[in-house]
Ligand binder design. Structure first.
Ligand code: ZN
Length: 146
């Protein structure tokens, strides 16, 4: 029997849950200046979350996408944490770092894909023809050059 359930616990078991009794961004409850997240502050936090794509963003993105629900939780965060998290400069830096990291990963994967082809240049039938031609013409040019 499939009774409709609104608990949602089964669906999101692996997703980190935000504890709204703690502070929104750092999830700590230290005694610092607190700010309530309001409608005015919402756009910049949303922007930071979408661009940063970090652990905090992963935890909050579901909640924050439902704005009335999110604000109804009366989310509190430290003024310091919020300023640091939504700071335009640091969001952009984080964004850049993310892109650079992705490019590095792409380059790494590319060279990892290339390496086995270079290592199998013994002319066996398993070597791709294109690669054999490349290796041969390379060698030929070297021989002619001397
Ligand atoms: Zn905090």
């Amino acid at each position: 029997m499939q009774a409709p359930s609104n608990h949602g616990d089964g669906q999101k078991r692996s997703h980190p849950r935000t504890n709204y009794a703690s502070r929104l961004i750092c999830q700590k409850s230290s005694e610092q200046t607190l700010q309530r997240m309001t409608e005015q502050g919402y756009p910049s936090l949303l922007n930071a979350i979408l661009k940063r794509d970090d652990d905090v963003a992963f935890r909050l993105q579901d909640d924050i996408s439902d704005k009335p629900h999110f604000l109804s939780m009366n989310p509190l965060c430290h003024a310091k944490c919020r300023n640091a998290y939504t700071n335009k400069k640091s969001v952009e830096e984080r964004c850049r770092a993310k892109i650079q990291k992705r490019e590095q990963t792409d380059n790494l994967q590319e060279s990892q894909q290339r390496t086995p082809q270079i290592l199998t240049r013994s002319g066996r039938s398993t070597t791709p023809i294109k690669n054999v031609l490349f290796v041969e013409s390379h060698v030929t040019r070297k021989v002619i050059g001397h």
